[in-house]
Design a protein around this ligand. Structure first.
Ligand code: SF4
Length: 352
């Protein structure tokens, strides 16, 4: 049971947890044991943490609780991707998608219920903004998905590409990234955590300044300000050049590159001229471009370009030595593509 006075222990970072443990009259190093129980062993109550002193467990139980998420629904795609629908304590819901590949198991997580940024091509954006997820709600998506996979496979990669703009929920996203990397805990390296942003420049700079390691992905979607502002209203506050300047300042390790995502929409941003503009814009930035052909749905006004146009766009970038792949839509049959997560569930629930 939880109460307003108790602390959701997974909202605390490692240093918060150390201070918390010390305030309870216990040793700082015991925070480390606690983290191991929470994130490696997936403990769901303090009672099972048998190597912690009984009085410590009792003290924790009085002042804190361990939140969990359990999927209400799990849909499995023909390609093996799984979509989890989680109900939160206040009745709202979010989704995560698990994508298996030969050498990795990637979980795409959400950071907000809805999204305030209203990108025109995105179903999450069309829902409006409901609220930010807490740190524990972000982390619990990983733990819940991992519970489903244990003992078969471990989640190896996390991508912040589910519902919401992660940097619009800056504090909880930054805390979650920190805890994902903590070892012993989830112990994921920064190379395996991809943060995808629509380009909130001040928060990008703030996160870079923390020294936290992560792979930066920027949702670009247009090569000129007019088109980008039409598709993504945030571009009016942080236009392309400002976003790209910030990308140029991002500290990359050897062989690392920034990922630029580009949703290809028929007749909007998919012309040969758009491709050449994009080449010019990205000049000098070590990067890779992920082209994502628009995933059509009945609620949306746009269409997917034909294969010839998609290939032509890709070739224009490859010809200029820009690494560029056309992203396979995983989980297409369960509406698990970016920006299509909660929309479909809402439709199902609302239908008679
Ligand atoms: S694309 Fe991302 S930032 Fe834009 S509305 Fe959708 S969830 Fe929000």
């Amino acid at each position: 049971m939880t109460s307003k006075q108790t602390v959701d222990i997974k909202d605390l970072t490692q240093s918060d947890l150390e201070d918390f443990v010390v305030k309870l009259g216990h040793k700082r190093y015991q925070a480390r044991q606690l983290i191991k129980w929470l994130y490696q062993k997936g403990a769901i109550n303090f009672h099972e943490m048998t190597d912690l002193p009984t009085n410590f467990r009792e003290a924790l139980r009085r002042v804190a609780f361990i939140s969990t998420l359990t999927p209400n629904e799990v849909e499995i795609s023909r390609d093996g991707s799984k979509k989890f629908l989680f109900s939160l304590m206040d009745g709202h819901s979010v989704e995560s998608v698990l994508v298996p590949e030969v050498s990795r198991l990637t979980l795409c997580i959400s950071t907000q219920v809805g999204c305030p940024l209203s990108c025109r091509f995105c179903l999450s954006g069309s829902m409006g903004f409901v609220r930010n997820l807490t740190t524990s709600e972000i982390l619990n998506q990983i733990l819940a998905a991992q519970r489903q996979e244990t003992p078969r496979r471990r989640i190896t990669n996390i991508v912040f590409m589910g519902m919401g703009e992660p940097l619009a929920n800056y504090d909880n996203t930054a805390k979650a990234i920190e805890m994902m990397q903590y070892d012993p805990g989830l112990g994921l390296s920064g190379r395996r955590i991809t943060l995808s942003t629509s380009g909130l420049v001040p928060e990008m700079e703030r996160l870079m300044a923390t020294g936290l390691r992560f792979q930066l992905a920027v949702s670009l979607n247009a090569a000129d300000d007019d088109t980008r502002s039409f598709l993504m209203p945030i571009n009016k506050s942080h236009p392309l050049e400002e976003v790209l300047e910030s990308c140029r300042r991002f500290r990359l390790r050897p062989r690392e590159r920034i990922i630029f995502e580009y949703v290809l929409i028929d007749g909007i941003n998919d012309s040969p001229r758009d491709a050449l503009r994009l080449v010019r814009l990205l000049k000098g930035i070590p990067c890779k471009v992920n082209l994502i052909p628009f995933n059509e749905s009945p609620e949306q006004e746009f269409s997917r370009p034909d294969e010839k146009k998609i290939l032509g766009f890709q070739m224009a970038l490859l010809d200029q030595y820009i690494t560029c792949i056309v992203r396979k839509s995983r989980g297409g049959d369960i509406s698990a593509a970016c920006g299509q997560l909660r929309g479909r569930f809402r439709r199902v629930q609302n239908s008679p």
